[in-house]
Ligand binder design. Structure first.
Ligand code: COA
Length: 185
C-alpha cells in the first residue's frame, strides 16, 4: 500500500480534515470531556482542556508521517469538529488498517459516523491501496457495530475476554472488508 497521510476528504455533509491546536475547545466541549462518549473507549474523559491540548499537540506533531491518519469530523457550514475517525493500528505486511472513531453525543444517530467510515473505505481501497480494513467493538456497544455493518464490513467473529476499555475486560466483535469485497470480485 502507498500511505498518503491524513488527506482532507469530503462527503455530502462532512469535511474530514487534520486536527489543529485551535480545535482544543471544540474537542473538549463536544466529545473529549464526556464520560458517556468514552464509556467503551480506552482513554478517560478529559478532566481539563490541558489534557485536550496535550493530546492535540501529540497528534499535530505526527501529521508529518504519511502513515498517521487522524481526521477531525466537521459538518459543512461549521468550524469546530464533532468527533474523530482514525487509524488506530496498521500492518504493512498484510496491507491492513484498523479504524477507530468517536463523536459527541448531540450528533449520535444522524448517520454521521457511517458517512465518515464509508468515505474512509473508499479512500483506503482506491487511493492508499489497502487489502483489508477492519474494526472491532465491545459487544455491549451495539451502535458501533451497526456503523460497521451499515458500511458493508462483514462480521468475522467474537473473541471472549480479548479486549479492555473503560468498562474493564470485554468480549470483542471483529468486522472486516477485503479488497475483493469492495470491488465485488
Ligand atoms: C458509536 C458511534 C460512533 C455511532 O455513531 P453514529 O453517528 O451515531 O452512528 P450512525 O448514526 O451512523 O448509526 C448508528 C446506528 O446504531 C443504531 N443504534 C444506536 N443505539 C443502538 C443500540 N443501543 N442498539 C442497537 N443499535 C443502536 C442506530 O439506530 C443507527 O442505526 P440505524 O441507522 O439503522 O437506525 C457514536 O455513538 C459514538 O461516538 N459513541 C461513543 C464512542 C464510541 O463508542 N466509539 C466506538 C468505539 S468501538
Amino acid at each position: 500500500m502507498n500511505h498518503l497521510g491524513t488527506k482532507q476528504l469530503k462527503t455530502e455533509r462532512l469535511l474530514l480534515r487534520p486536527l489543529a491546536m485551535e480545535d482544543a475547545e471544540a474537542m473538549f466541549d463536544n466529545w473529549a470531556s464526556d464520560p458517556d462518549v468514552t464509556e467503551y473507549l480506552t482513554w478517560p474523559a478529559h478532566q481539563s482542556m490541558d489534557v485536550t491540548r496535550l493530546t492535540l499537540r501529540h497528534w499535530t506533531s505526527q501529521y508529518v508521517k504519511n502513515d498517521f491518519y487522524q481526521w477531525a469530523i466537521v459538518p459543512h457550514g461549521t468550524e469546530g469538529p464533532i468527533g474523530t475517525i482514525s487509524v488506530v493500528a496498521h500492518d504493512n505486511s498484510v496491507d491492513m488498517v484498523h479504524i477507530g472513531y468517536c463523536m459527541g453525543k448531540p450528533w449520535w444517530g444522524k448517520g454521521y459516523m457511517t458517512e465518515s467510515l464509508s468515505r474512509l473505505i473508499k479512500f483506503f481501497f482506491e487511493e492508499v491501496g489497502v487489502n483489508r480494513i477492519e474494526s472491532k467493538y465491545d459487544v455491549r456497544n451495539a451502535s458501533s457495530g451497526k456503523v460497521m455493518e451499515k458500511c458493508g464490513l462483514l462480521y468475522e467473529g467474537t473473541t471472549r475476554g480479548s479486549d479492555v476499555n473503560n468498562q474493564g475486560i470485554c468480549d470483542s466483535a471483529l468486522y472486516g472488508m477485503i479488497r475483493s469485497d469492495y470491488y465485488n470480485t
